[in-house]
Design a protein around this ligand. Structure first.
Ligand code: BGC
Length: 757
């Protein structure tokens, strides 16, 4: 058997080396093509435009059809449909001189037409297979709709919930964020980009965009290198290591230099240190915006960006209109243009577009695969697994499928808001509302409905949110009348289900908020309902962690459902009525108060740590609020309860080549089956730089029947102890380490070991 294996591997080596590797075939093909190209055609490949209609900023490009024919466009984004894409592709491959096919991109962020939970919700599943599956389905549908490139995953570490774009990422933790980045890349790209159901992924926004000051979008970022390397860069690097084909530069500055024109970032680190060989695209007009950053006019910033390592210019056409001039004036090199052009052509080659430019234009696939029953079924399951149960006093949940239930709140019957932000191709009319889901899952219950409140009563605010459609629908009735109606049905019912929170576009791009509590209109409704004395279950729609102190003190249960996508209503009903026991865990801490921000589990200890003493001056704390978040990272309840015991490590000393196995027993002490996410954190007690109080290093999901217990093992090696020191060297330093295991970052069992070199 062994002999055969050796023979087989020898044979493979021989046959493989007999032919040129795929990579060098691609290089030969691209070089030959480029020999035929004029400088204008080469620059044309670097131009990524929308065919009309603003997406997230102003539109610059006009007369796109003529430009495609002239070879002045490398890719289009913002159109879907095999027929429309075929038409556009035809312009390039039948009417341009060299017949070079176009790339077709879109923000396929959390599903395509079958929409899954927004990314922060998905991340709360802590389930990498599930997340990969969601991206796989998104790619199947996206490619069936003609696309070959998605601008996802967004992996920006984010610790400021005022920033609306926390909804698009995986929260605060670099380890969890990295695992998710890999899963998403695998899901979109599969194992072969030339298949007709895989697409180029694009990791974004490179880099550090999640640290925008004050949580205000497009704002300045300023950060130490140590923090950058240890906490913010790992997820981008993980995506690169997973083979992501493209990278998008971010809007912010890094050390004062806009990321889009930052050579240290795009060339020295990304290409030279990390070995990235794919394509780098700018964000939407981020080349042009460098002028506002104050680093030069359009010609200057376009030249800076190209020379820094940017290959494609999204929307702004700075490359198209200025690079030739810069070349003539000696401000950019021919080589820089050629390198960028080659990378665009290589992306097209990898997709197989030179073999068949229409490979993603298959009407039949579009008809059978998009929004299929199987995809909708997956969406329902995935949504249920993204919900996080934050409170469940007296086991009020799950609800009985009988009796009278008062269903209130502005999101209970709001089809418009189910998909969440960045569901560009999603059709909100195909989504299931909460009232529909509840009626279908619990047909034996008597569900009385009243809207009770507007999402917000502020018409100016509503106007700002309603740019893509009426998500905040201000009722003609007065708020008093609406509240009265809700209180009236509440009085007739055994339990109140209040479906409240944010409108879909209160988070996402350009949706920063200074106040992250429930809008006043909804708080008023809750206060009135609380006076009825009936138990209240808050079903919370949100794209960001919110401040929920009052709600936590006054309501019986809080189920955070984020924005669950197409199957939201069904999935919510599945969980409310106990067909699925919630298993989500927070990927981002929920602050007690907005003044705590940033609050996250991996904070440093400070020189004056505060241990919660009542009277102590000169400690690192607030006078008026606690230091701890309301709900910590990793937190989430279920309909059963889990206990942790017997944390053991098999050795007390770890060396450079060995491993330690930490094991813990997890028991399901409740009456129903459930799934728990067991989390392992470490603390490097003494380091050459101050190290976080806790760093997530492992997690595992376990399914436990009622009364069952299981032992979970985690292996730790020297790699898990490594960090970037002040010389930015990746090191593991000998000394004492603590190890913490539990069901969230706060409630943990503790042990210790020593690392020796
Ligand atoms: C966003 C990107 C997005 C791009 C294209 C930009 O405004 O920042 O995340 O991919 O638009 O839609």
């Amino acid at each position: 058997m062994k002999k055969l294996a050796i023979f087989v591997s020898l044979f493979l080596t021989v046959t493989l080396t007999a032919q040129p590797p795929a990579d060098s075939k691609m290089k030969v093909f691209v070089a030959a093509l480029m020999k035929k190209m004029t400088i204008d055609e080469k620059i044309g490949q670097l131009n990524l435009v929308t065919p009309g209609g603003a997406v997230t900023g102003s539109v610059v490009s006009t007369d796109v059809e003529a430009k495609i024919k002239k070879g002045e466009v490398g890719g289009l984004f913002g159109i879907t449909g095999p027929d429309r894409i075929q038409q556009a592709q035809k312009l390039a491959v039948e009417n341009s001189r060299l017949k070079i096919p176009l790339l077709f991109g879109l923000d396929v962020i959390h599903g395509h037409k079958t929409v899954f939970p927004i990314p922060i919700g998905l991340s709360c599943s802590w389930d990498m297979d599930l997340i990969e599956r969601s991206a796989r389905i998104a790619a199947i549908e996206g490619t069936a709709d003609g696309l070959n490139w998605t601008f996802s995953p967004m992996v920006d570490i984010a610790r400021d919930p005022r920033w609306g774009r926390v909804s698009e990422g995986s929260g605060e933790d670099p380890y969890l964020g990295s695992r998710i980045a890999e899963a998403m890349v695998k899901g979109y790209q599969g194992d072969d980009l030339s298949k007709d159901n895989t697409m180029l992924a694009c990791v974004k926004h490179f880099a550090l965009y999640g640290a925008a000051e004050g949580g205000r979008d497009y704002n300045t970022v300023d950060m130490s290198r140590v923090r950058m390397y240890n906490e913010y860069l790992p997820p981008y690097k993980a995506a690169v290591d997973a083979g992501v084909a493209t990278v998008m530069s971010s809007f912010n500055v890094i050390d004062g230099i806009p990321a889009t024109g930052n050579k240290w970032l795009l060339t020295d680190m990304l290409r030279k240190q990390w070995g990235f060989t794919g394509l780098v695209v700018s964000d939407y007009t981020s080349v042009n915006e460098m002028t506002n950053h104050g680093v030069g006019d359009l010609q200057k910033v376009s030249g800076l960006s190209l020379s820094a390592g940017l290959d494609m210019d999204m929307v702004g056409e700075g490359f198209l209109t200025t690079l030739k001039k810069s070349l003539t004036e000696g401000k950019v090199t021919q080589k820089a243009i050629e390198d960028a052009c080659a990378r665009v052509l290589e992306a097209k080659y990898k997709l197989g577009l030179f073999d068949d430019p229409y490979r993603y234009c298959n009407e039949e696939r579009a008809k059978t695969q998009i929004l299929s029953q199987a995809h909708r079924k997956a969406a329902r399951e995935i949504a249920a697994k993204s919900f996080v149960l934050l409170k469940n006093e007296n086991q009020i949940l799950p609800l009985k499928k009988t009796g009278k239930i008062a269903l209130v709140g502005p999101l209970a019957d709001s089809r418009r808001n189910m998909l969440g932000t960045w569901s560009v191709a999603g059709d909100w009319q195909k989504s299931v509302t909460v009232i529909e889901g509840m009626k279908s899952v619990a047909s034996g219950a008597n569900i009385l409905y009243a809207k009770g409140a507007n999402i917000s009563d502020d018409s100016i605010f509503a106007k700002k949110v309603n740019v893509f459609g009426v998500e905040i629908d201000i009722d003609k009735r007065s708020s008093e009348e609406m509240i009265r109606e809700a209180v009236d049905i509440a009085n007739q019912s055994e339990v109140i289900v209040a479906v409240m929170g944010e409108a879909a576009d209160m988070t996402g791009e350009a949706s920063s908020m200074a106040d992250i509590s429930l809008p006043e209109s909804q708080k008023n409704l809750l206060r009135a309902l609380a006076k009825t004395g009936k138990p209240i279950v808050l079903v919370l729609f949100n794209g960001r962690p919110m401040t929920l102190k009052w709600e936590n003190e006054n309501l019986s249960a809080i189920l955070d459902v984020w924005f669950g996508g197409t199957e939201s209503g069904n999935a919510i009903a599945d969980v409310l009525f106990g067909d699925y026991s919630p298993s989500g865990k927070l990927s981002m801490s929920f602050p007690v108060h907005v003044g705590q921000i940033p609050v996250y589990h991996s904070q440093l200890n400070t020189g004056r740590p505060y241990a919660g003493e009542e009277s102590s001056k000169f400690k690192s704390n607030y006078l008026d609020i606690p230091n701890e978040p309301l709900f910590p990272f990793g937190y989430g309840l279920s309909y059963t309860s889990f206990s942790y015991s017997d944390l053991k490590i098999d050795k007390v000393t770890l060396n450079t080549t060995g491993k330690i196995v930490a094991s813990i027993t997890v028991a399901n002490n409740g009456k129903v089956a459930g799934q728990e996410t067991v989390q392992l954190y470490i603390r490097d007690v003494v380091g050459s730089i101050s190290r976080p109080m806790k760093e997530l290093k492992r997690f595992a999901k376990v399914n436990l029947n009622a009364g069952e217990s299981k032992t979970v093992d985690f292996e730790i090696t020297v790699n898990d102890l490594k960090f970037y020191n002040s010389d930015l060297k990746l090191v593991a330093e000998p000394g004492d380490f603590k190890i913490f295991v539990g069901g969230n970052s706060r409630d943990v069992k503790e042990s210790a070991f020593k690392f020796v070199q």
